[in-house]
Design a protein around this ligand. Sequence first.
Ligand code: BGC
Length: 748
Amino acid sequence: MKPIRILILSTLLAVSVSCTTGRKPSTVGTTPEVERRVEQLLSRMTLSEKIGQMNQVSAGGEVANYADALRKGQIGSILNEVDPVKVNEYQRIAVEESRLGIPLLVARDVIHGFHTVFPIPLGLASTFDPALVEEGARVAAVEATGQGVRWTFSPMLDIARDPRWGRIAEGSGEDTYLDTRMAEAMVRGYQGDLSDPSSMAACIKHFAGYGAAEGGRDYNSTFLTERQLRNVYLPPFEAAVKAGALTLMTSFNDNDGVPSTGNIFLVKDVLRGEWGFDGLVVTDWNSMGEMISHGFGTDRKEVARKSLEASVDMDMMTYGYLSHLEELVHSGAVKESDIDAAVRNILRVKVLLGLFENPYVDVEAGKAVQYAPEHLAAAQKTAEESAILLKNDGVLPLDPGSAGSILVTGPLADAPHEQLGTWVFDGDPSHTVTPLKALQERFPGKVTYVPGLRTSRSRRDRFDDVVAAARRADVVLAFLGEESILSGEAHSLADLNLKGSQSELLAALQATGKPVVAVVMAGRPLTIERDLPNCRALLYAFHPGTMGGPALVNLLFGDENPSGKTPVTFLRTVGQAPLYYNHNMTGRPYNGETLLDAIPEEAGQTSLGNTSYYLDYGAYPLFPFGYGLSYTTFAYSDVALDKDVYGQDDRIKVSLTLSNTGSREGTEVVQVYVRDLVGSVTRPVKELKAFERVSLKAGESRALEMEIPVSDLAFYGLDGVKKVEPGAFRLWVAGDSASGDPVSFRVD
Ligand code: BGC
């Protein structure tokens, strides 16, 4: 890579823009009037008041604890206070009792809904439905702002290719394009019309590369090259910046030895310099302080200086800025102009959000919108679109008319808190509708519930009670998986099989000969290969949220037809991690060579082939990216392109016919993948470039056209410059990343 060249280029660009307009175009949509207000305020601030704006603290507890600091202007933002009465009191002190009356930014991790909990972000991504995800983010904003929260630490845009990493739950999975589309949708949904009090600032996080933690162990180091960062990990952030994201959070990890909060290349050069981001950059929780643990600085003074040098504006919970910036300015180690730049970014967000005009929340009106029926309906629809049917021998959908007696079992059948997923601070489990509750409501008197296992980790040798109940039932529904607490931050796992005796429970049920349907609820793709033979159908739901129960029941009984697709590769065994569909072409691609188990013992030592695979597990996953079944079937035909050769400014028009070849209405996620055959550097074997949800009646066929701008084929090649390299390409249109027949085209 030659970053210098890129930087020179971007600097030249920036200079030419600022020569004509006076400043770079704003990414957050500021106006001369907003800037005038920011400057006016800034000119009246003392150094200590400026530094106060750069300090974020976790509230909670008594307002009185922070009253003094607020009056002195030592706090710019609080997080973790969602009692609207207290929020108003904090604001009142800031606005009425501090010298300059600057309102606070009140922040919270509203990750997949506030009170009404939507599926976890990995489940949101499974919908491949950005419009629906945008609607969900809007619901979250309406509820959270109803209690005074005007800043959410979401969306998380970390690409995650290792399911051991617990935070895979919080993002959109392994694919850059899908992540990008979800990022834009969530930013739009949260922020809406900024000055409307029901809008909240989005915070894109964690910048950057955090999901590539070595070994999938949270907080671990990453070693991403600049090319990987630019081609895979950064594009969702850049797209979200372009979509107007107001704020960004630096990550905990060190990449190639440089912790993000002090990473001048990432934050100052790329984010600020190249992308022109003029929003607010906040550290992660104490990530400034953790640079001392990283061994990247000796004390808080040094890491505070390094953070400011990287152009990080706000310190979450290290108190490094508050304690040391003033003396750093006085000693000449830090320039006050750098502090001014940070404070401008903070004030700009406050002005844009209309906080100076509307610092307070209307407590009564806010109460009325929590768990509103339309919010619950949106959460249910999202959970329905998000569940993925991974196996079905035809047993599903169950016929509600002749449902007979239903045995419900498994640790996730009636676990109101656990189906909500990770990062749920505010969703109240008493509002959760579990599958058991939904089934009992729908089929009164027909449901028997024998949990079998109390939690996912419980162990038992025998399941006599469950087996006896299964023998009496007409159908068995087993709700398995992992609880909320097993995924999310700091919750990485080294073993991804169903925990406890869940697999044994499923096997015991299957042995009864009764039709067994497994529903797995989890925060990550678990390794369920050994469980597939022990059920006739398997529906996978990344923790589906408040309305998970009715959503799953509607799917099981055919009121809704599954349409979710895997946003991440499902592994056969954890030892395959990381395994993702869009890996680079190797020099020795796997060619279907025989696996160890298929070689007779008598064969003795034998060479099994010299390609890239595991002798025992091969090279393929259990389910590829983009995969998911429906109760109907779809056929693709007439796939064609409008040209054989495209120019750099063209749009590739892909036409096809999609037919519903089954007997039910259904929705298919049509996916377009591209491979760049030869590059100045090796290229991914396939990359998703477009997708669209298409609903068709039974027997219906529809001609479709999808477009890909040729510019979307650009990447950072050997010279470190982003461009489309001319040459030959292949394109697939299919219902998952492993299907379809390629068509060829060229770019000149
Ligand atoms: C997490 C962030 C979160 C922050 C504030 C940190 O531990 O990494 O994602 O936004 O806490 O709660």
